[in-house]
Design a protein around this ligand. Structure first.
Ligand SMILES: Cc1cc2nc3c(=O)[nH]c(=O)nc-3n(C[C@H](O)[C@H](O)[C@H](O)COP(=O)(O)O)c2cc1C
Length: 192
């Protein structure tokens, strides 16, 4: 029996240590298919996926993450960033790049500042993929520590599309650390 959706949401955790075992293409496609069941503005499905397993591309992503970490440390002064390691980017078996199409954003494309609906849709697809990966016993991570222009170059993505996230995917090397959530009651206000 597949994992109950409530159990999947509650027990999924971000994984930052992976075993080198490859992930089968059928499994990857099953996860991507789950992503595409996400809602999107006008059902425009503004996502594309790139499946990265090539070592030298993973290394280029790692290099960019290191650069971005330096930048982050400079602009934020957050000490923990200095201790945050991104070596898993080199060893993770699969990285799925989620690429959004800003034109497929629904009516908000007529806003002067441009639309964000496509980003929301891609985020929904990403979460679906995390839940699917978890239900299949895999670990995953929503990774965004990169400059989009640099990753555009690394993955040869045209200017009119936007790399929004890199999903790291593989068998977890160890159980990801537990995290907690605030009580939902702290986050809610009823308008009756
Ligand atoms: C938009 C977004 C961007 C994120 N970017 C990163 C990232 O660059 N690196 C990372 O290690 N985790 C990243 N995360 C994962 C969060 O750190 C993680 O979800 C949060 O700490 C809660 O932990 P949990 O997912 O294990 O419950 C990101 C999550 C989201 C939603």
């Amino acid at each position: 029996m597949a994992m109950d959706v409530f159990e999947a949401m509650e027990t999924r955790r971000s994984c930052r240590a992976f075993l080198p075992d490859p992930v089968g293409e059928d499994t990857i496609l099953k996860i991507l298919q789950a992503g595409t069941w996400a809602p999107s503005p006008l059902n425009a499905q503004p996502w594309e996926f790139m499946i990265i397993t090539r070592g030298e591309v993973k290394k280029a992503i790692f290099n960019e993450a290191e650069e971005r970490k330096k930048w982050g440390l400079e602009v934020s002064g957050w000490k923990w960033l200095g201790a945050y390691r991104v070596d898993f980017l080199k060893s993770v078996p699969v990285i799925i790049a989620v690429i959004g199409d800003p034109k497929k954003t629904g009516l908000d494309s007529f806003l002067e500042e441009g639309g964000v609906g496509y980003q929301h849709a891609c985020a929904a697809a990403i979460q679906n993929m995390h839940l699917a990966a978890h239900a299949l016993g895999l670990g995953s991570l929503w990774f965004t520590l990169f400059d989009r222009q640099v990753i555009r170059g690394v993955l040869e993505i045209p200017e009119e599309k936007t790399p929004l996230a890199l999903i790291c995917l593989g068998k977890p090397a160890k159980a990801p650390p537990a995290t907690s959530r605030k009580d939902v009651k702290e986050k809610v206000r009823f308008i009756r």
